[in-house]
Ligand binder design. Structure first.
Ligand code: NDP
Length: 419
């Protein structure tokens, strides 16, 4: 029996909230709080007739720690689920500390303004020291370790699908199938088609920043950075078929490198069609992916934010998207002195998701694990003081919950490996 405060009411939040409402034995009460309260009210009105979960709503600016702390204190939740944007991670963590509640999110911190000189100084130092140049990394949230520990509070970072389920798959493989994992290849395949020439499946700003950045992987104790989209492989995905995929930097590589003893290499691949890549390159070449504000007709505008306003709202892709996603991890390693390989993955159908919760599979595969991570925390199964990523907890109850709440997984021995 728990009370959860959910911050944000976008694509991922919609699914996480719908799933909390399906799980009213655990989530007896939820509050949806976001910047645009009309979206929260509309979703609450849609879900209330179908659930026992008591839903309330509020308007909050999660960039404002005082406003958010006051809201948390007045609602008194058991935990706060952050499904706003990575820009709000630190302010929401600050508010959780001030009000004394546990914290859960689906993406690690990145700044909204990457030109901010204070942030930039820390960032440039980190690029030199660690050898990868993504704007997002765990250092900002890991810096809260002592504060959460002292307060006796739990922060669970990155409980979406990737990061999230992919790291739970890794913990599960290590617990049940391997003595030591040597390589991890995380494969994210979206075989869905929405019929638009160009659209992003989740927040365009976050998505395009991630995809246009240099790729990188972890090998023999250090990062190897490569130009964007310069490593390409083809893979034959179960229930989707053959797709081209590209090596990207991804945040779970950082935490898995730290938490999986003996791991020698971790890579992340995502599938993209040629049309997506051509559009993205063109937008990048003309400066539309820039996060630096420019002056336009007497007004300051940020090009990527303007682009976001032009692109289809990811939430509107649901009814149009057909096909399946296949996301999972291929492991190599040893068990009882013998080499072995294993693939754990989930296949999710865009149209089935839409019928169930009114969203496409990208929001679904993130929102379901966001609810499950919150359930792990509020039920006390995943509770220890400090800041953690999901592979640091017992994977078994989470894996059971994936099967129960719509993301069943498959374990395949001896899969096709990636050169
Ligand atoms: P959306 O843009 O659809 O939704 C973001 C929501 O946050 C909106 O409701 C927005 O309000 C709200 N918001 C933004 N700023 C504030 C603020 N200052 N105060 C209060 N509310 C705010 O994003 P998505 O649903 O696509 O993504 C949500 C999160 O999930 C992101 O962090 C994303 O990186 C992460 N994600 C993680 C994945 C994973 O597998 N781990 C995969 C996909 C996404 P408004 O409506 O007013 O704009």
């Amino acid at each position: 029996m728990a009370r959860l405060l959910i911050i944000g009411c976008g694509g991922v939040a919609r699914v996480a909230i719908a799933k909390c409402c399906q799980n009213s034995e655990v989530f007896q009460e939820i509050m949806i709080a976001s910047r645009t309260v009309s979206k929260c009210d509309a979703l609450a009105a849609e879900l209330a007739p179908k659930t026992k979960t008591v839903i309330t709503t509020a308007k909050v600016d999660a960039d404002n720690v005082e406003e958010l702390t006051a809201l948390i204190r007045s609602y008194q939740p058991d935990a706060v689920l952050n499904v706003a944007l990575p820009y709000q991670d630190l302010t929401i963590m600050d508010a959780c500390l001030a009000a004394g509640v546990d914290y859960i999110d689906t993406a690690n911190y990145e700044p909204e303004d990457t030109e901010d000189p204070e942030w930039r100084a820390v960032y440039e130092k980190r690029c030199k020291e660690l050898g990868f140049s993504a704007y997002f990394d765990y250092s900002w949230q890991w810096a809260y370790q002592e504060k959460f520990e002292k307060a006796g509070l739990t922060a669970v970072c990155g409980t979406g699908f990737d990061p999230g389920v992919t790291s739970v798959f890794t913990a599960y493989a290590l617990k049940h199938y391997f003595d030591e994992i040597h390589t991890i290849d995380i494969l994210d395949c979206n075989g869905g088609d929405h019929g638009y020439p160009f659209a992003t499946n989740f927040n365009p700003e976050i998505n395009l920043r991630e995809v246009s950045a240099p790729g990188s992987y972890w090998e023999d104790g250090h990062w190897v950075e490569i130009p964007p989209m310069s490593i390409k492989r083809e893979y034959d995905f179960a229930q989707v078929g053959k797709k081209d995929m590209y090596l990207l930097h991804h945040e779970e590589i950082e935490s898995l490198a730290k938490n999986i003893p003996g791991v020698k290499r971790i890579r992340f691949f995502m599938t993209f069609g040629q049309s997506y890549l051509t559009h993205m390159k063109c937008l990048e070449n003309v400066g539309m992916l820039s996060t630096a504000p420019i002056e336009f007709e007497g007004q300051q505008i940020v090009p990527i934010q303007f682009l976001k306003a032009l692109l289809p709202d990811p939430a509107s892709l649901g009814p149009r998207t057909v096909g399946k996603t296949n996301i999972g991890c291929i492991f190599t390693g040893v068990k009882d002195g013998r080499e072995k390989t294993l693939y754990i993955y989930n296949v999710c159908d865009h149209q089935e998701c839409y019928r169930e919760v009114g969203s496409q599979a990208i929001s679904y595969t993130t929102g379901v694990p966001a609810m499950i991570g919150s359930m792990m925390v509020v039920s006390g199964l995943w509770k220890k003081p400090g800041v953690f990523t999901v592979e640091e907890f017992d994977p078994d109850p989470y894996m059971d919950a994936l099967n129960k709440f719509g993301l069943p997984w498959v374990v395949e021995e001896n899969p096709q490996l990636i050169p």
